[in-house]
Design a protein around this ligand. Structure first.
Ligand SMILES: [Mn+2]
Length: 290
């Protein structure tokens, strides 16, 4: 059985999520799409279903687990940080799932990801900027985590949900975040850090081909006033998934023009058209909840 593609979002991310969904549907035959709602308005849900209709793929919208709201909210994070960790329970009838960040765009078919059979709870790509745990947590000793072990970006993640449930990894990761939420050095990206410490620390992460999660290198360097290397440009060009991590997004006016931005608009166009018709940018419920 192949796995569903799962996105989580609030109202603010409906437009990029629609582009992401359109890009998946464009390249991958008969994908199963599940959206986990973080308090989506009924307008947003309606718009996402309309995107599915346009793409001729049903979009199954589920609610984030209710106890998410009772967990501590800290720094600039919303309860959304816990949603990925609750997926094994929200998707109780599935053995596996492919989680894709709403700020990602599929450049080619994601079929190999939904077919990936792994014994490990997680398969993900090493973070190109922070490839090792020793780099992420300098001078910290963490149980089971050696400085040389890989640090992964969880923006694209194949989840073996059976293993997550058997080993109670969602609860363990949430406990880790709750216990350490005041330690801003240990927890910078809460759910991603928890996956790397808790699941990485038990050798539970399989590394994927880096092409499955590629940041827009040239644009990120550009914003830092640095020129990308030829290698950066090549990696970017060959990406299977472009993941717009970082603060500046391709839908922002100041995002550099180039291959990455055009991928967002070209590969996501069918989703964007539906959203822009149903949720005009100056509408009352878009972009005002943060
Ligand atoms: Mn992201």
């Amino acid at each position: 059985m192949s796995a569903p593609f799962v996105l989580t979002m609030d109202d603010k991310y409906v437009r990029p999520a629609a582009a992401c969904i359109a890009s998946i549907v464009r390249g991958t035959p008969d994908p199963e799409i599940i959206v986990i709602s973080q308090g989506l308005s009924s307008r947003s849900k309606h718009a996402l279903r309309a995107v599915g209709k346009r793409l001729q793929v049903p979009v199954d919208i589920r609610e984030a687990a209710p106890h998410a709201q009772a967990l501590p909210i800290f720094l600039h994070f919303s309860s959304a940080i816990y949603t990925r960790l609750q997926m094994p329970e929200i998707l109780a009838e599935y053995n596996r799932a492919v989680y894709v960040d709403a700020d990602a765009i599929a450049v080619r078919s994601l079929d190999p990801l939904r077919r990936l059979e792994t014994d490990k709870p997680v398969a993900a790509v090493r973070d190109p900027f922070v490839p090792r745990c020793g780099q992420r947590w300098r001078n910290r000793v963490l149980t089971g985590v050696s400085p040389g072990s890989p640090y992964v970006n969880t923006g694209v993640m194949v989840m073996n949900l059976d293993e997550w449930r058997r080993l109670e990894l969602g609860a363990k990761c949430i406990d880790f975040v709750v216990a350490n939420h005041e330690d801003s050095d240990l927890i910078l990206y809460p759910d991603q850090d928890a996956v790397n410490v808790v699941i990485g620390g038990m050798d539970g992460i399989e590394l994927l081909d880096p092409r499955w999660n590629v940041p827009p290198m040239s644009d990120l360097w550009c914003t830092k006033g640095r020129l990308p290397t030829r290698h950066d440009l090549q990696v970017e060009e060959e990406a299977f998934v472009t993941h717009f991590l970082g603060r500046r997004k391709p839908w922002d006016a100041d995002f550099p023009d180039g291959v990455n931005r055009s991928r967002f608009y070209e590969l996501g166009t069918q989703g964007l058209e539906v959203i822009d018709a149903l949720l005009p940018l100056d509408g009352p419920e878009v972009g005002q909840d943060l």
